[in-house]
Design a protein around this ligand. Structure first.
Ligand code: URA
Length: 201
């Protein structure tokens, strides 16, 4: 996307308001949780769906997973203020279950619009749900963490780096290395203006 077109995008044009496509989620949410962070960020992190704290506060990754993400970003020299963070599905699923395939499909257009608007150097998926939703294939996230894929949205292409979900490092500390390695790769990529090849896709 060229710079002039990009300047036209405002937070208001990326944000979703009043969607009622998913009956279960309309019942379980207290609000729609849109993405947060600079609309021209080099790195766009995509999580699964809001949890309880995110649903209350209206911002992605502000609960325990968010603390892990913040710490991980800090460890690689980044801060939440530098990056944009969003989710595949913008409403909290009941009992924190995974969003269904239909719910992901219903929300996919909003995510595609956000990716196109932000036009990041790199999309970083946090966990299995966003990796599989965006790539439309099954992804063994722990094994593929740090790997780069091509993300196609319409006629446009972005690089997508797979990362484990921050919460996975709480349940399974052996995933910490994979999490840190992927964040380090993302930070290096952002730091060199997207020039790194990050391996082939
Ligand atoms: N987990 C996610 O995937 N997204 C959030 O916003 C919070 C926790």
């Amino acid at each position: 996307m060229d710079e002039d077109a990009r300047e036209c995008w405002s937070e208001e044009r990326i944000a979703v308001e009043g969607c009622e496509r998913c009956p279960d989620l309309v019942d379980s949410r207290s609000q729609i949780v849109n993405g947060a962070g600079p609309t021209d960020a080099d790195l766009l992190f995509v999580g699964e769906a809001p949890g309880e704290t995110e649903d209350k506060q209206g911002e992605p990754f502000v609960g325990r997973s968010g603390d892990v993400l913040d710490d991980g970003l800090r460890d690689v020299g980044l801060s939440r203020r530098d990056v944009r963070i969003t989710n595949c599905v913008r409403c909290r699923p009941p009992d924190n279950r995974d969003p269904t395939a239909t719910e992901r499909t219903n929300c996919r257009g909003y995510l595609d619009r956000e990716i196109a608007a932000v036009d990041p150097e790199l999309v970083v998926t946090l966990g299995k749900v966003p990796a599989e939703t965006l790539l439309e294939q099954s992804v063994a996230v722990t094994n593929r963490a740090g790997d780069v894929f091509e993300l196609a949205v319409g006629d446009s292409r972005w690089k997508l780096l797979v990362c484990v979900h921050p919460a996975a490092t709480l349940y399974d500390p052996s995933q910490r290395d994979a999490f840190e390695t992927a964040l380090q790769a993302a930070a290096e990529y952002a730091g060199d203006g997207g020039q790194s090849t990050l391996g082939d896709w």
